[in-house]
Ligand binder design. Sequence first.
Ligand code: 5GP
Ligand code: ZN
Length: 137
Amino acid sequence: MRDDNCIFCKIANGEIPTTTLYEDEDFRVILDLGPASKGHALILPKEHAANVYELPDEMAAKAFVLAKKMAKKLSDGLKSDGLNIVQNNGEPAGQTVFHFHMHLIPRYKGDKDSVRLTWDQGTLTEENKQEILEIFK
Ligand code: 5GP
Ligand code: ZN
């Protein structure tokens, strides 16, 4: 299924021009228009899924294999010092485009001020731990 109102459906399927690094029958890998760092790329499935929960298992598996391949090529080619694979689901998690995508963000020594992917460390309380363990029983 493709969503007529979804910009990433249009980009993934070649209806809107973009910088493509890789394409196959299921995915297009493009350069992010507002890169966090040099080489920031996005993996877009061609079929619409709003988020990871809607993504079919087969596509999820393929997406991660592709992410691994692209991450290696990007970081070797750009000689980056590290690379984050980021995937946001829902507005509070930072998702702004509601078509599943994975970010590949090459990292360079000293880029911490411009690429912020950290959080304040909290404390694992006994109450939270029990509540979470209950879900997985
Ligand atoms: P999200 O915040 O949803 O995880 O990530 C959306 C990403 O898509 C952002 O990093 C943003 O810069 C990028 N983006 C949004 N619109 C476009 C576009 O039209 N073309 C490209 N190449 N990237 C886009
Ligand atoms: Zn879409």
